[in-house]
Design a protein around this ligand. Sequence first.
Ligand SMILES: *Cc1c(COP(=O)(O)O)cnc(C)c1O
Length: 366
Amino acid sequence: MTLAFKHRISNFSAGPSTLPTSVLEKAKHELLNYQDSGMSIMEVSHRTKLFEDVLEHATNQIKKLMELSDDMEVLFMQGGARYQFAVTPLNFLDDQSSADIVHTGAWTKLAIQEISQFCSPRIVASSEDRNFSYLPKIDLSNFDPNAKYVHYCSNNTIYGTQWKNFQFLKNIPVVVDMSSDILSRKLDFNQFDLIYAGAQKNLGPSGITLVVIKKEFADKGRSDIPKYFQYRSHIENQSMFNTPPTFAIYLLGLVTDWIQEQGGLESIEKRNTEKSNLLYNFIDKSSLYTNSISNEDRSQMNVVFRLDSGNEDLEQDFVKQAHQNELFGLKGHRSAGGIRASIYNAQSLEAVKNLVSFMSEFERTH
Ligand SMILES: *Cc1c(COP(=O)(O)O)cnc(C)c1O
């Protein structure tokens, strides 16, 4: 980075991404001496009461915010969402069984790759024909009533699409990768059997993955694989099968406190709708910026757009000038190109307004 800033700027990175300033300040304040223990929370054993309280608090906050029923287990795991791509098929598939996939982008492609280590996954719906620029129609008659599970990605971080409703066969477990929109809206989370999310987009720092799994589904997992890979081991050991990422869990707990202070998921969703509408409405009115995703498929988390129908030189200039104007992280994913503004929970309405002002000024001068 060549620019220097003496204060926090607006960060639109896709992940790791911006965190609430108040959370970072609290962590900073408590860093050297956590709750008068004379130590950092980073420095104490995960078997201390001090840390056990942190873990319990984070777990309870997740249960409360997601309104989880008692048969849903909350786990903090490591290895990111990509570890889940691998470990889900490992637990539930063998060469006699298969899984269904709703294929909506680069992340489902990677999930497909891992499932393919066991069987040929059935693609029950796909938007690959138009480079994932829409969400495919779901026809339940394509679904396999004998599948071990169906895999969805709730928000397609790279292509800027997001499912509002999920359709699936009753009695077939549903696995959802919610890495980029977890806790961003109210949903019936109990309708799913396995939800996972790398924390670095909406929940905290990287290095920790939130996993919510229905106990009954976890029990169906194979027991002839190494214990570390079995969900049940992590349930039995309450996320402490091995030393958990203690500081990351502590930070995630602070982020859930912040969500609660904002008024919970309902208020968070309202804010997210307001932020994304502001940006989409501006883009739709502009003659320089375009987003061709239909309204109902658009993501509230990742707003993707092109300049001048994909003028790469101009887009490069846009990203550079935006950074000079304290707007960082707007370059689109390398596989999709263009511009992407990630406006997760912690992104302020103020920052989105600043982005729109900048875009307006950029359009005026180009
Ligand atoms: C970022 C992202 C991932 C990858 O997460 P890791 O934690 O890096 O493995 C997977 N799925 C989605 C939808 C993502 O946005």
